[in-house]
Design a binder for this molecule. Structure first.
Ligand SMILES: Cc1cc2nc3c(=O)[nH]c(=O)nc-3n(C[C@H](O)[C@H](O)[C@H](O)COP(=O)(O)OP(=O)(O)OC[C@H]3O[C@@H](n4cnc5c(N)ncnc54)[C@H](O)[C@@H]3O)c2cc1C
Length: 383
């Protein structure tokens, strides 16, 4: 392990890898990424559903999507890595008048930021997704530019390009201590060695509170289990089947190979690091999924897994410098949508570190300290 670096990044998921790449692309190559896993992508980044969408309720999340998805469009040309971007569209199904009113306001905000989303009636939903059973649904929203990206390709693209530019990316390097001396971060101790650095970024996803505690700070991010199932092939499932979300049940489907990927978030799931599949929830999920998507009755479950959302009190990420400790930064807490926002987040973190302030997008609403200041604006469109 090299003994010193300009920047140490703790965590080698999409946040850590994207930050490392964007630092190096700006010429800051004396960077070390310390990842506890034996491979990159064993955290949430390798376990997600692959969705990318512009359909959010806050301007900052729509801007993060616009910046990130633009980077994904250019990824193959700029990074030499295909990412399998597919614009299948996201179709939200709503069964509640208050949700429909909020989503109507969300669409107005999205449209004002250049996103071509629209409110759709139950009749239009039946035309967009005739496979879906629509009882109880009173309307929805649709954006044809939302879609999917291959979950691991982005990460691998950032890891390999950061390495090519001179960054050291170490696996098997769990950080066990972070030294802070006279209010300044000075070094990180890992199982692969100690690295002196005046700048340290905590990008440890659902584990960020644990890593923060090593540096004596209290990061409000909790791990929350989320699980997914992928079915065997479903004959007749069309290639352009959209990403469908039954919002009130937090139930979703999209095409995966020749079958469907489906997930349902348990909104009462207690925080914790358990990533075993919850059998009771699995049965509730599959029952709800078959009721909404009757063609599932003919499919088998080919794979299933659980991973962790990294959840903050307002479902918004924590980005930027930590005021209490000089040289310490956080890039975490994306509350279940970090794979789509990772490209933008890494660019913004590089600006924050090298220029003193992120500038491509105003991240003030995502900064440390918003909770104490009572200035937190939560994201409504959470699945
Ligand atoms: C089931 C599921 C579905 C999802 N679906 C979507 C989706 O459709 N679209 C989307 O955009 N997002 C989705 N997400 C969310 C997305 O996966 C995460 O927001 C994103 O991957 C977070 O990236 P990260 O880099 O912050 O965390 P991670 O990928 O978890 O990376 C953090 C890394 O830090 C490492 N680490 C932890 N502690 C230490 C330590 N002490 N020392 C060194 N390293 C350490 C971990 O090993 C890990 O690799 C989903 C998540 C789940 C679980």
């Amino acid at each position: 392990m090299q003994p010193t670096a300009d920047v140490v990044i703790i965590g080698g998921g999409i946040m850590g890898a994207s930050t490392a790449y964007h630092l190096a692309a700006r010429g800051c190559t004396n960077v070390v990424v310390l990842e506890s896993g034996e491979m990159f992508g064993l955290g949430s980044t390798g376990l997600n559903a692959g969705g990318i969408r512009y359909q959010f309720a806050t301007a900052v999340n729509i801007q993060l999507s616009t910046l990130s998805i633009g980077m994904m469009e250019r990824f193959a040309a700029e990074m030499g890595q295909e990412v399998g971007l597919r614009r299948c569209g996201y179709l939200f199904l709503l069964d509640d008048a208050a949700d429909l009113a909020q989503f109507t306001r969300n669409v107005a905000l999205q449209n004002s930021l250049g996103v071509p989303s629209r409110v759709v009636s139950a009749r239009e939903i039946a035309e967009l997704a005739p496979e879906v059973e629509l009882s109880g649904i009173i309307g929805g929203t649709w954006c044809p530019l939302d879609g999917l990206v291959d979950p691991n390709s982005l990460l691998q693209g950032y890891v390999s390009n950061a390495r090519r530019l001179g960054v050291t990316l170490a696996t098997g390097a769990e950080v066990t201590r972070v030294d802070v001396e006279r209010g300044r971060v000075t070094r990180a101790h890992s199982k692969a060695g100690v690295v002196e650095a005046g700048k340290v970024v905590i990008a440890a996803g659902a584990w960020s509170a644990r890593v923060g505690a090593l540096a004596g700070i209290d990061i409000p991010i909790q791990p929350v289990r989320r699980q997914i199932a992928v079915t065997s092939a479903i004959p007749g499932l069309r290639k352009d089947f959209p990403f469908v979300i039954d919002f009130s049940q937090a139930l979703y489907f999209h095409r995966e190979g020749d079958g469907l990927l489906t997930g349902m978030s348990n909104r009462d799931e207690p925080p914790g690091f358990d990533t075993r599949v919850d059998e009771a929830w699995r049965l509730r999920h599959l029952e709800a999924a078959m009721a909404r998507m009757p063609m599932l009755a003919d499919a088998g479950v080919a794979a299933e897994w659980a991973g962790l959302y990294e959840v903050t009190p307002d479902d918004q990420p924590i980005l930027g410098r930590v005021p209490a400790v000089d040289g310490l930064y956080v890039c975490a807490g994306f509350s279940g949508r970090g794979r789509m926002h990772g490209p933008a987040a890494g660019l913004l973190m590089a600006e924050e570190i090298l220029d003193g302030r992120a500038r491509t997008i105003d991240i003030d609403s995502l900064r440390w300290g918003r909770f104490e200041a009572g200035a937190s604006v939560g994201e409504y469109n959470v699945v």
